[in-house]
Design a protein around this ligand. Structure first.
Ligand code: PGA
Length: 250
């Protein structure tokens, strides 16, 4: 973790929590994290709980991000949500290209368009990338991550740096309890940074690790030179364990 890059810890709730549960969680988290954390903290509730989370966190330093956006601002896109809609309910950022969204059909082209649309709308975009177990076993991780990042950043420019974060999340580590080793996380995050350098000032870019991060492994993962925080799934659903990971980043 570099002193120049403020760490970010984001909790990806996936398809968990109702608005009522989100409110309860956010109130508890805000009390645990305190008013002036030395790291950026965000939660990513499902769409139906975004407004409740934003309301419960108003006046705190904890941000609310969505889990995905559509690339258009409005239109005939049944089931989708746009960046301007999210901004209107107090959302400040969004994940784009999570592997669970890619598995559900989001394409590389859509991911690139959504990165651009999110930044243009004024959201912080957390672009997700990461390889499957087969790709890792084939020794193809670096090539895979390079291609994903190059494709997603095709229309990103130097001026976008403040609205871009990249999360490296190996698919084999997501929700499996099998975490990348600190060295594996460092190597892949360094690759992400090097590739992003083709587009932005990568020394200023925050790169996160995600995949079975928990209070026991967070500090070591985030102490790696190119790891500037964490994208946390399962361990972000409980305010105490999520707050411990925030603490580990501080
Ligand atoms: P996990 O999920 O922490 O439960 O592995 C991470 C993610 O999918 O963002």
């Amino acid at each position: 973790m570099s002193a120049g890059r403020r760490p970010l810890v984001a909790g990806n709730w996936k398809m968990h929590k109702t608005p009522g549960e989100a409110r309860e969680f956010c109130t508890a988290l805000a009390a645990l994290v305190g008013s002036e954390p030395s790291v950026d903290v965000a939660v990513c509730p499902p769409y139906t709980a975004l407004a409740a989370a934003a309301d419960a966190l108003a006046g705190t330093s904890i941000a609310v991000y969505a889990q995905n956006i559509h690339e258009a601002a409005s239109g005939a896109h049944t089931g989708d949500i746009s960046a301007p809609m999210l901004l209107d309910v107090g959302v400040q950022g969004t994940l784009v290209g999570h592997s669970e969204r890619r598995a559900a059909g989001d394409t590389d082209d859509q991911v690139a368009l959504r990165v651009r649309a999110g930044i243009d709308a004024g959201l912080l975009v957390v672009l997700c990338c990461g390889e499957s177990l087969d790709t890792r076993r084939a020794g193809d991780t670096e090539r895979w991550v390079t291609r994903q990042v190059q494709s997603a950043l095709a229309d990103v420019h130097a001026a976008d740096i403040d609205r871009l974060v990249i999360a490296y999340e190996p698919i084999w580590a997501i929700g499996t309890g099998e975490t990348a080793t600190p060295a594996q996380a460092q190597d892949a995050c360094a690759t992400v940074r090097a590739v992003a350098a083709e587009r932005v000032d990568a020394a200023a870019l925050r790169v996160l690790y995600g995949g079975s991060v928990n209070p026991g492994n967070a500090a070591e993962l985030m102490s790696q030179a190119d790891v500037d925080g964490a994208l946390v799934g399962g361990a972000s659903l409980d305010p105490e364990s999520f707050a411990q990971i925030v603490e580990a980043a501080a």
